[in-house]
Design a protein around this ligand. Structure first.
Ligand code: GUN
Ligand code: ZN
Length: 492
C-alpha cells in the first residue's frame, strides 16, 4: 500500500530516511524525526527556540491539557496552537490517552477531542486509544484493543479537514495482537502509526521486549506506513528503534531528566553531581563546567541541562541519519548496544528478527564491520547462508574450503571467512564478503562460519569436503558434519 503523506527516500535494514508531508502545516518533515514534548504549563525550553536553535521541525503537545483548562482552552481556540506556543513548524497533539492510562479515566470522547484538535490548529491529531500496559491478561489486551480499533473507525468518520490523524497500535506484549493491530490500523484511512504503551517497557529497561513489540507491529503495518514510537525519549535507544523501522519519536526525557539534574548521553544518563567534566561539545557544555552549573539556581540549572539534553538528542538523530546514508546503521546500533546490558538485550532481540530485517535490507552497502559476537547474527550473514543453495557444486567432486590459499590438489577450492562461512573465490570482492573482520575472531563468528560449512555439506551430499581452518574452537567444529575432513592450518 502506498501512502499519500509518506515517502521513503533511503533504507538500511528496516531503518529509513523518509519524508512525512504535513499538509496543514504546509511543510515536509524529514524522518527519522524527534518531536520534543511541550508541556504548556512548564515550557522548560521555549518552543520558538526549538526550531531555530535545535532544528526541530515538529513538536508534540497534549491537547487534553488545553481542553481541560479554561484559560488555555480559550486561548488555543481563539489564537490557535501555533500562536499560543509560538512555534511555526508542525504540531502533533496527543488526546489524553496517557492521562487515561495514568488516572483511569478522562471525560472526552474521540470525536470531541479530534474536533477540538482540529479547532486549535493541530497538524496531526490523535484519537482516544487505550494504552494497555505490558503483561496484562490476554482477555484484557484483546478487549481493550477492540475498543481502540472501534475508536479508529470512529476517527475515520470525523471531519478533521487537512489534519492528519494518528492510528495507535496497541496489544500489550502479545506479538500476534500487535501484528493484528498493525494490520487493522494500516487498513484504515488514518495517516501515522504510533506504537503505543511502550513507556512502561522503556522505564523498566525492557528493550528486548520493546523490539519484539515493534517488530510485531511492523509486520502488520507493512513497510510503507510511517511509524511513531510513542514516548521513546532516551537518545541511547534511538538507533535501535530506527533500525526496527521507527520514523518518529517524542521526547519528554530532555525536560523530565533535567528537572532531576540528570544529563543525557548516548551511553546512558549521568547525574550532574557526579560530573567533573562535560563529555560533550554542545553550546551549553562548551560554555560551562559542571561545577558552575551546580551553583546556579533551580530554574537556570534545569534550563541549561534541558538544552544540553536536547542537543544530544538531536545530534543522535543526525548521527543516525548519516549512518543510514552510509549503510552502517547496524554498526551504530551495535556500538550503542554496548552502553547498557539492557541495550544489548535490545540488539540481540533485533538480530533474532534477522529474517524480517533481511527481507528489507539493501543487498549491497559499504563495508560490513564485524564488531562483536552479535555481528554474526546480522541479516547479511543469514542471507549469505541462504545463498549457498544457489551455488552449484558437481556431485563427486573433492572440494577444499579454506581460510588459507587455494590448492590444485582439489577439484575446487573455496574461501572460508568467519562469520559467513564458505563461498567461491570469485565472490570475494562482493558485499558482504569484503567485510572487515578482526584477526582475533570470537567463538560466535567461528560457529557461524561452521554453520555455513554444515549447510553447504547438507546441500551437497555427493561432494567430498575438506575444511582447512586456522585453529577454530571445538565448539565451532562440533557443528561440522563428520564426513567433512578437517585440517588445522594454525601450526603452519
Ligand atoms: N503516549 C505514550 N504512550 C501512548 C499511547 O499508547 N497512546 C497515546 N495516545 N499516547 C501515548
Ligand atoms: Zn552538551
Amino acid at each position: 500500500m502506498t501512502r499519500e503523506h509518506f515517502e521513503i527516500r533511503d533504507q538500511d535494514g528496516l531503518g529509513r530516511i523518509g519524508e512525512l508531508s504535513v499538509p496543514r502545516a504546509g511543510i515536509t518533515v524529514e524522518t527519522p524525526a524527534l518531536l520534543p514534548v511541550i508541556n504548556p504549563h512548564v515550557r522548560t525550553v521555549e518552543p520558538s527556540r526549538l526550531r531555530s536553535e535545535f532544528g526541530a521541525e515538529i513538536l508534540i503537545t497534549n491537547s487534553y491539557v488545553f481542553y481541560g483548562s479554561d484559560e488555555y482552552r480559550e486561548a488555543a481556540v481563539e489564537r490557535g496552537l501555533h500562536d499560543v506556543l509560538d512555534f511555526d513548524g508542525a504540531i502533533m497533539t496527543d488526546s489524553g490517552s496517557f492521562q487515561l492510562a495514568e488516572y483511569g479515566e478522562i471525560d472526552v470522547t474521540t470525536p470531541e477531542i479530534l474536533e477540538f484538535q482540529r479547532d486549535i490548529g493541530s497538524d496531526i491529531g490523535t484519537p482516544v486509544d487505550i494504552p494497555t500496559p505490558p503483561d496484562v491478561a490476554r482477555e484484557r489486551a484483546e478487549e481493550e484493543l477492540a475498543t481502540t480499533q472501534e475508536r479508529l473507525g470512529i476517527a475515520e468518520g470525523v471531519d478533521v479537514g487537512e489534519m492528519l490523524v494518528n492510528a495507535p497500535v496497541q496489544g500489550s506484549t502479545y506479538p500476534d495482537l500487535r501484528e493484528e493491530a498493525g494490520r487493522h490500523a494500516s487498513a484504515t484511512d488514518l495517516d501515522v502509526f504510533p506504537v503505543g504503551a511502550v513507556v512502561p517497557l522503556m522505564n523498566d529497561y525492557r528493550y528486548g521486549d520493546v523490539v519484539d513489540v515493534v517488530a510485531a507491529a511492523k509486520r502488520g503495518l507493512g513497510r510503507d506506513a510511517p511509524v511513531h514510537l510513542f514516548g521513546a525519549g532516551h537518545p541511547m535507544m534511538f538507533a535501535l528503534a530506527v533500525a526496527m523501522g521507527c520514523d518518529l519519536f517524542d521526547s519528554a526525557a530532555y525536560a523530565l531528566y533535567a528537572r532531576d539534574d540528570r544529563y543525557l548521553t548516548v551511553r546512558g544518563t549521568e547525574h550532574l553531581d557526579d560530573l567533573e567534566y562535560f563529555p560533550c561539545s554542545c553550546p551549553v557544555c562548551t560554555d560551562h563546567a559542571p561545577a558552575e552549573v551546580r551553583r546556579l539556581g533551580d530554574r537556570d540549572r534545569e534550563e541549561l541541562l534541558a538544552e544540553h539534553n536536547l542537543h544530544v538528542t538531536f545530534r543522535e538523530i543526525r548521527t543516525i541519519k548519516q549512518a543510514l546514508r552510509s549503510g552502517d546503521l547496524l554498526e551504530l546500533v551495535e556500538t550503542r548496544a554496548r552502553a547498557h546490558p539492557a541495550m544489548l538485550d535490545g540488539y540481540r532481540a533485533l538480530t533474532a528478527h534477522a529474517e524480517q530485517l533481511e527481507r528489507e535490507d539493501a543487498v549491497s552497502k559499504g563495508a560490513f564491520f564485524y564488531l562483536s559476537g552479535e555481528s554474526a547474527r546480522r541479516p547479511e550473514v543469514l542471507r549469505h547462508r541462504e545463498r549457498l543453495d544457489r551455488l552449484a557444486l558437481d556431485p563427486g567432486d573433492r572440494v577444499l574450503l579454506t581460510e588459507g590459499g587455494p590448492s590444485d590438489r582439489y577439484d575446487e577450492s573455496w574461501r572460508v571467512l568467519a562469520p559467513f562461512g564458505p563461498f567461491p573465490r570469485d565472490l570475494s570482492e562482493t558485499y558482504p564478503l569484503t567485510a572487515e573482520v578482526p584477526d582475533r575472531m570470537d567463538p560466535e563468528g567461528y560457529r557461524s562460519a561452521a554453520e555455513g560449512v554444515a549447510r553447504l555439506a547438507e546441500l551437497n551430499p555427493e561432494v567430498e569436503f575438506t575444511l582447512a581452518h586456522r585453529g577454530w574452537p571445538e565448539r565451532a567444529l562440533a557443528v561440522v558434519p563428520e564426513r567433512v575432513e578437517l585440517a588445522d592450518l594454525s601450526g603452519e
